[in-house]
Design a protein around this ligand. Sequence first.
Ligand code: ATP
Length: 280
Amino acid sequence: MSVPDGQSPGVSDRLDPASPPVVVKLSEVSKRYENGKTAVGDVSLDIRQGEFISFVGPSGCGKSTVFRMIAGLTPPSEGGIEVLGGTSLQARTSNQVAFVFQEATLMPWSSILDNVTLPLKLAGLPAKRRQQEGIQALELVGLGDYAKALPRQLSGGMKMRASIARALVAKPKLLLMDEPFGALDEMTRQTLQEELLAIWQRERDMTVLFVTHNVFEAVYLSTRIAVMTSSPGKVAQLIDVPFAYPREEEFRASPEFGDYVRQVSAALHGPGGRLSRNGA
Ligand SMILES: Nc1ncnc2c1ncn2[C@@H]1O[C@H](COP(=O)(O)OP(=O)(O)OP(=O)(O)O)[C@@H](O)[C@H]1O
């Protein structure tokens, strides 16, 4: 396992939060739904280009609400959100932001290639170009041989790969992943985690925001972890995970990995209220 030493080219950039530009800026953001529920209260957070940041927290603490606001799917009640230098809506409609959800949500009657290239079709790209880019995205996730298959012919893990390919096909600058591996078995989950990190490392400028309930997954994947607490949802603690990539299998078995898992778990389950007073 390699620990950052500032010498490896590329790695230090990923881990130095001071250098890359801010791509998502949340300024005192709150969200109160129409039924009066305050889902998110006063969250301020800067996310920089190339980060892989995971959001962990108890069910209902507002993780998906934060994502929906960043995606421009629901407006904040208070505060400001800037995405890639503009509004969240501008970023989404210009195809710079892509999503992956827990369900792969593929169109059952369309081939995997047609599913994956849908965002390009919606953007008006010609058929030949769509096909080229689609095949490229499928190869990236190891589904190069399944372009003509229908979703029902794929396993759960393969469907998720297709969903990731669809998100990557338009080469987004920001990838929002809301519990993408939550429904998969542990082995498939670990394989997809490794593949996702490999893709992220290749797309040097792509920033990934990832929601998970799984502390092990958060530590394995992330440069930084936002630990959220509920009522109302807040970012209670930000934890840097300063280990170089690629993170080999032995990283998962290392004492340092265990230390970070314990630190994040303590932040999640520690003495009630103490963390939420350290709001980020
Ligand atoms: N459209 C809505 N209208 C009213 N309340 C909502 C709405 N969407 C979410 N909520 C409430 O806001 C709170 C935060 O929900 P959200 O889905 O953001 O949490 P979460 O952390 O993503 O949960 P989980 O981990 O279970 O997916 C919850 O109490 C939820 O019931």
